[in-house]
Structure formats: structure tokens, C-alpha cells
Design a protein around this ligand. Structure first.
Ligand SMILES: Nc1ncnc2c1ncn2[C@@H]1O[C@H](COP(=O)(O)OP(=O)(O)OP(=O)(O)O)[C@@H](O)[C@H]1O
Length: 266
């Protein structure tokens, strides 16, 4: 049976009073944030303040950790991704993720890497549709021109930056409505970083992007809005302030935000 791929388009993601625990350790305390459709939201803040944990609550990856708990709601276009009738695989298909370290399947071809997510979701498509999808996703990830002649080579043979763009292409192939990126450039050289940033800018029109970054220039370059997380003196992480990126960098309301974006701590 051949199914057509479900078309999505960017969705608004809204976290309402999200708290997260590892065992008894509360690491996020009632965090609320709206990540608007088709925009890039950057999560910034010092190490250990809960940015990655927050990101993982958004597509139900937090619950994969033994002993992890969560309270609050995450709404994808107003529907709770944690609703009892909502399948966890649906949440993860609609809300894709790209990790800090590029993680393509190293022995699998570039072509098959792009399509790997379709297998996991059980989506079957014709050969011609697969070819078109591979080209489309690699193009959107800014990689097509570099790899169009080596689609049968293993994913592990690409450079680190190319591998990360391959992971972006793989995430796009299941047509997510939101793409979560956890420090996607931290393992990459400046040229590859620039390519990924260009890719993010191009993607924003069709997928909502939420990116964790320690690089303030990167946050300023790629995001439309920022949320500043902080966990003070052993307390759980909270959002101190969020708003338009330009405003957050030039005239934030909270002095701690100003200190952080100017590199005075963290
Ligand atoms: N798997 C885990 N088990 C137990 N505690 C964890 C786990 N993952 C994270 N934590 C704790 O949760 C808190 C938030 O960590 P998290 O990784 O979300 O912060 P972060 O802001 O993303 O940090 P960084 O910028 O260094 O990646 C920290 O105190 C961390 O030690």
C-alpha cells in the first residue's frame, strides 16, 4: 500500500506551566512559553538551567529518562501532546529533533538516512516519491548540491557539518510541524555553523524552529524571539524574560538578561 505523506506546515507550540523533575530533583518550575508558528525561538541561559530539559519536554523525550516526571501542558496548535489519547510517536513525528552531535546512521547510505524516519513511522511511499522527497529534504537542509552525486555513499563518510545537515534532512522527511534543535552547531567549525544558520533561516517559513544555543551571536542572527532561562543558587530553572530578539539584546527588562547577553556571566 502506498500512502501519501501527511502535509503539515508550521504549528504554534505552547508550553503552559511546565515543571520537570529527575527523581525528586525539580529542574524546571512552571515554565510557560509560546513558540509561534513559522518563527525561530532561541532558548538561552547558563549551563544547567534546564534549556535542554525544557526542549525534551516539548516532544515527550523527557519521559524516556527513568524516574523523570513532568507537570503542565504542551499544546501543538492548541492540542495537548500529553493528552491520553495522543500517541507518543505522533508527538515525536510532528515535533522533530536535531541533537548537539550529528547522529546519522553511519553505515547507511545518505539516501536511506534521509528516509529512515519514514520507516520508523511506518509510512510507505513509491520509489519516485522517495527520490523526490530525498532531493527536496536535502535541498531544504542546504546539502543537495554537495551530495547529489554521492547518495549511495554512507552517511558516516560526510564531514561533521554535512552530517548535521543530513540529520536536518532526515528530520524534515517526516514533515514535522516543529523542529527542535539542541545546540546543533556546537560540534561544528565556523563555516559549517554558518551553513546551518542559513538553513535555519530558510526553514523558518515551513517549520517552527526552537533552538538551544550558548552562542549569543547565533541567537541574535537566527532567532525572532528569545527566552532567557536561569536557575539561581540551586533553585529550579525558570524563564526570567522572553521577547523579540532585538529587544532582548538591546533593551531587556531584567538586568540579569542584560548581564547574560553581554557575557558578564554564564
Ligand atoms: N538525565 C538526567 N538525570 C538527572 N539529572 C539530569 C539529567 N539531565 C539533566 N539533569 C539535571 O537537570 C538540570 C538541567 O539540565 P539541562 O541539561 O536541561 O540544562 P541546560 O540548561 O540544557 O544545560 P547545558 O547548557 O549545559 O546543556 C541540571 O541540574 C542537570 O544536572
Amino acid at each position: 500500500m502506498t500512502m501519501t505523506l501527511v502535509e503539515g506546515g508550521p504549528a504554534t507550540l505552547e508550553a503552559r506551566e511546565v515543571s520537570a523533575w529527575f527523581g525528586d530533583h525539580l529542574v524546571l518550575d512552571r515554565v510557560s512559553l509560546t513558540m509561534p508558528a513559522g518563527r525561530v525561538t532561541a532558548l538561552i541561559g547558563p549551563s544547567g538551567c534546564g534549556k535542554s530539559t525544557f526542549l525534551r519536554t516539548l516532544n515527550r523525550m523527557h519521559e524516556l529518562v527513568g524516574g523523570a516526571k513532568l507537570a503542565g501542558e504542551v499544546l501543538l496548535d492548541e492540542r495537548d501532546v500529553y493528552a491520553p489519547d495522543r500517541r507518543v510517536t505522533d508527538a515525536r513525528r510532528h515535533i522533530g529533533m536535531v541533537f548537539q552531535k550529528p547522529n546519522p546512521f553511519p553505515a547507511m547510505s545518505v539516501y536511506d538516512n534521509v528516509l529512515a524516519g519514514l520507516r520508523l513511522t511506518g509510512t510507505r511511499v513509491s520509489r519516485r516519491a522517495k527520490d523526490a522527497l530525498v532531493e527536496e529534504c536535502l535541498s531544504k537542509a542546504g546539502l543537495w548540491r554537495e551530495v547529489s552525486g554521492r547518495l549511495r555513499q554512507p552517511g558516516g563518510a560526510l564531514s561533521g557539518g554535512q552530517q548535521q545537515r543530513l540529520c536536518i534532512a532526515r528530520a524534515l522527511a517526516v514533515r514535522p510541524r516543529v523542529l527542535l534543535m539542541d545546540e546543533p552547531c556546537s560540534a561544528l567549525d565556523p563555516t559549517s555553523t554558518r551553513r546551518i544558520e542559513e538553513t535555519i533561516a530558510e526553514l523558518a517559513a515551513e517549520v517552527t524552529v526552537v533552538i538551544v544555543t550558548h552562542n549569543m551571536q547565533q541567537a541574535a542572527r537566527v532567532s525572532h524571539q528569545c527566552a532567557f532561562f536561569l536557575a539561581e543558587q540551586g533553585r529550579p530553572g525558570v524563564i526570567v524574560e522572553h521577547g523579540g530578539t532585538e529587544e532582548m539584546f538591546s533593551r531587556p527588562r531584567d538586568p540579569r538578561t542584560l548581564d547574560y547577553v553581554n557575557g558578564r556571566f554564564g
